[in-house]
Each structure stands twice: as structure tokens, then as C-alpha cells.
Design a protein around this ligand. Structure first.
Ligand SMILES: OC[C@@H]1[C@@H](O)[C@H](O)[C@@H](O)c2nc(CNc3ccccc3)cn21
Length: 449
């Protein structure tokens, strides 16, 4: 029987992704201001093993070397984020030319090697100076973000074909404002909805700024984790509906529909504000694409003790789980994409992150580190993409998370997602077997799968 062909559509865009605080290092170099992650990482007890982004992958200095790694993979594009506080040390007003110059040099290096830059304006590292003024809790941040976005568009839009306003606003509010596990470490059911709403107001203002100054494409990136009921009991089905609305609709709905799902008032109760109707004229803007970050699914059951969802995930028996505790469930990727099209229409989509952290025994053969579990994850999820495309999803590209092993936020350096292994003591990069497979996938546009 002939092997099924997994050839992807002509022109499919293959990339890899990173973010500033996770790889750059040198967070305060050349006039950069501190971000909330620089502050959070230096707060005792916040980071596993006391790890920080002070050095990380030293990408701020080694970016030319890392572009060579991208070239070796044959990447079409590279998704990176901009450290807002490098460019605007106080978050607004004074521009730091050396900070802007780093991103200009990175973009030029990418273009010199035929790699399309894909820039994310905000990947969680808010300037500390803005956090001191209320950060995402201050409605003025929509204007602060638009000012920053305009600075970046004027400086780089001649060379950056694709921009995203935000990366995963849900993680910022759930981790940074509700549960406190991520920067800025707040724990408030009243703050989380306000931060969420201002994130989407800011994203809308950034898109409006792009329409005034940009010439290419702009979108927004959401993490989507499909939710499946643990049983057909009404309480589990209702809990699943709440969990889905809270993670998967809370941000896409105001951006793409100009409203919130009713479940959010049900979830937050008196902590859910009555937002001004006019705000949705700002949150809802035409986007050129949406980025979806997919890693896993959740099987959900009712749990009256779990705040605010009254829902909890159920670990599945006889399934493979990654080092971050995420079930390998590629069907969820297909389901996510078909759901997104059904709810929001035929918007061009990119998978802007997909990957897995597994422990790899340090077995290096012929200069390659074997990582069979990560390779299996990639194969399965690219197959799931192919199913979604066959089902009519307008999928334009895929970015593997991540180019390099890097700082997995408060989990530190122990969770390794990279296509390239990084020895953080020596900064040596070593390709994993998954990198070699990905390069073949790119060269054959998926046919090798
Ligand atoms: O955890 C891996 C990556 C992370 O390194 C990226 O910076 C971030 O964009 C990212 N988002 C997810 C998926 N969303 C998520 C869900 C729960 C907790 C944390 C992240 C995974 N990842």
C-alpha cells in the first residue's frame, strides 16, 4: 500500500519561534530598561533553581550564529518577540537607539539569509516602568502600547512582513493576575478580567496604529487548548463549557466578534466588570491572520473547589505526557483548527507555536542528539495539520516551538523545547534528531512524513 502523502499546499510557510526574555540574555544592556520578567526572575522563590534570563541563550550577542542555525534548517520564517523595554526603557517617550538597533540588525541578518522576520510586539515582558503605573490594569496602556507599536512599525515595517500584537493574553492574565505564578505575580479575581480587557483594547489600538503606518500583515496570537468532558454528566459538560470559554474564547471573542461569551460573567460573578460598549469598537479590528499556539488538550470535570472555573483537568490513563505535564493529543490540533474556523470564519491561520518538552538522555551520535519522543510529537502534529487542511482550514504556516532550548519562564531551563539543544554552561548549540527531521519536512514540504 502506498504511503499517504503529507505534502502541504504550495507556499506553505515553515518557521520556528522564540521570545525575547527566554533567549536574549543581556536584559539591561545598552540602555535597556527592566521588564517585569527581569524583576520577577530576581525575586527570591519565583523561579525554579533560581534561574533567570540574565544570560539565557545569549542570543543578544550570538544572534548571527543562531541565524545560521535557522538557515541550516531551511526555515522560511522566524518568529521572535521584541523586548519593549529595550526600545522604550520607560515604556513610553524616550526611544533607546541601541535597543532599536539590535532588532534592526537581527532583521537584516534574517533577510540576508532569506528568512522572513515575524515580530511579536508583546510576549509577556512588560516594561517595569509601566507596571509601576498600573500596567495592564491601567486603561491608558492601550495608548502606551499603540505608541510603542508605532515606533516599531516606523523603524522596521519596511523589512518585517508579519507582525503580531500580543502573544497569549490568556497566560498573562491567568498566570500574572489571577494565580500569580507568572509576572507580575498578582492574585486577584478582580484584576484578571480588567487586565484581560485592557490587553485586548491595547491589541486593537496596536492594529489601528498598523493600519495607519504598516504595509504588510498584522494579527494576534492566542493559545488554544481544546476541552473535552470527562463524562456526559451535565455538571462535567457545563464545566467543560466554562473552561472552553475562559481559555479559548475570552480573548478571541472580543478581538474577532466584539463581545464576550456569557460564561465569563457566570465564572467571575461580581468580579466581572460591566465594560463600556464602545470598548468593543477598539478590541474588534480586522486582522490579516490569527496565530494559534497549540500544545495539548484538557479533559475536564466539575470541581466545586476549583476557583474560578469550578472545573479541573483529569489526567488520562495510558497516554504519553510531556515534561510540562501536557498530554500528547494531536487530534486536538485538528479539532482546534476546525472549531476556530467554524466560530470565527475563514481567517488565515498560522500555528505560531507547537512543540514538546521531553527529557533527552545526552546521547549524541554524529553530532546529533537523539530525541525520539519529540520527533514523534512533531510527526503526529504535522499529520494533524494535514487533516485540518484537508478539512478546509485556511492554514498558511507552522512555527515550531522552539528554535533553541531556552528559559521556560518560572520553570527555568529544565524544560527543553528546542530543536537545538543548548548547553547553558558553554552556550554550545547541538541539533536534535527533531531538527534534522524538521529540515527534511521543510525541504520536501511535508512529503517525508
Ligand atoms: O511552554 C512552552 C511555551 C512557552 O515557552 C512560550 O513562551 C509560550 O508562548 C507558550 N504558551 C504555551 C501554551 N500555553 C500555556 C498554557 C498554560 C501555561 C503556560 C502556557 C506554551 N508555551
Amino acid at each position: 500500500m502506498s504511503r499517504p502523502s503529507f505534502r502541504f499546499p504550495d507556499g506553505f510557510h515553515w518557521g520556528a519561534a522564540t521570545s525575547a526574555y527566554q533567549i536574549e540574555g543581556s536584559p539591561l544592556a545598552d540602555g535597556a530598561g527592566p521588564s517585569i520578567w527581569q524583576r520577577f526572575a530576581h525575586t527570591p522563590g519565583m523561579m525554579a533553581n533560581g534561574d533567570t534570563g540574565d544570560v539565557a541563550c545569549d542570543h543578544y550577542r550570538r544572534y548571527r550564529e543562531d541565524v545560521q542555525l535557522m538557515k541550516a534548517l531551511g526555515l522560511h520564517g522566524y518568529r521572535f518577540s521584541i523586548n519593549w523595554a529595550r526600545v522604550l526603557p520607560e515604556g513610553t517617550g524616550r526611544v533607546n537607539p541601541k535597543g532599536l538597533d539590535f532588532y534592526s540588525r537581527l532583521v537584516d541578518e534574517l533577510l540576508e539569509h532569506g528568512i522572513a522576520p515575524n515580530a511579536t510586539l508583546f510576549h509577556w515582558d512588560l516594561p517595569a516602568a509601566l507596571d509601576d503605573r498600573g500596567g495592564w490594569l491601567n486603561r491608558d496602556i492601550a495608548h502606551w502600547f499603540a505608541e510603542y507599536a508605532e515606533v516599531m512599525f516606523k523603524a522596521l515595517d519596511d523589512r518585517v512582513p508579519r507582525w503580531s500584537t500580543l502573544n497569549e493574553p490568556w497566560v498573562v492574565t491567568d498566570g500574572g493576575y489571577l494565580h500569580g505564578a507568572l509576572a507580575p505575580g498578582h492574585r486577584s479575581k478582580y484584576e484578571a478580567p480588567l487586565a484581560a480587557h485592557n490587553l485586548m483594547r491595547a491589541s486593537g489600538a496596536g492594529i489601528q496604529a498598523y493600519r495607519a503606518h504598516g504595509r504588510h500583515e498584522i494579527g494576534v496570537v492566542f493559545n488554544i487548548e481544546p476541552k473535552y468532558p470527562h463524562s456526559d454528566r451535565a455538571e462535567d459538560v457545563a464545566a467543560t463549557r466554562r473552561a472552553h470559554a475562559y481559555m479559548n474564547q475570552q480573548f478571541a471573542d472580543p478581538a474577532l466578534l466584539g463581545s464576550y461569551p456569557p460564561e465569563l460573567k457566570e465564572i467571575f460573578g461580581d468580579a466581572w466588570p460591566d465594560f463600556p460598549a464602545d470598548d468593543f469598537k477598539l478590541t474588534k479590528q480586522k486582522v490579516d491572520f490569527v496565530g494559534i499556539n497549540y500544545y495539548t488538550r484538557a479533559v475536564v470535570k466539575h470541581d466545586p473547589n476549583q476557583y474560578p472555573l469550578q472545573a479541573t483537568p483529569v489526567r488520562q490513563p495510558n497516554r504519553t505526557y510531556t515534561e510540562t505535564g501536557w498530554e500528547v493529543f494531536e487530534q486536538g490540533l485538528t479539532d482546534t483548527l476546525t472549531w476556530f474556523k467554524q466560530r470565527y470564519g475563514d481567517i488565515p491561520l498560522y500555528i505560531t507555536e507547537n512543540g514538546s518538552a521531553f527529557y533527552d538522555p545526552p546521547v549524541v551520535e554524529n553530532g546529533v542528539l537523539d530525541d525520539p519522543l519529540r520527533t514523534s510529537y512533531l510527526r503526529k502534529h504535522l499529520g494533524a495539520l494535514h487533516k485540518a487542511i484537508a478539512a478546509g482550514v485556511n492554514l498558511k504556516g507552522y512555527y515550531a516551538w522552539s528554535l533553541l532550548d531556552n528559559l521556560e519562564w518560572s520553570l527555568g531551563f529544565s524544560k527543553r523545547f528546542g530543536l537545538y539543544h543548548v548547553d547553558f554552561a558553554t552556550q554550545q548549540r547541538t541539533p536534535k534528531a527533531t531538527a534534522k527531521l524538521y529540515a527534511q519536512v521543510i525541504a520536501s514540504n511535508g512529503s517525508v512524513l
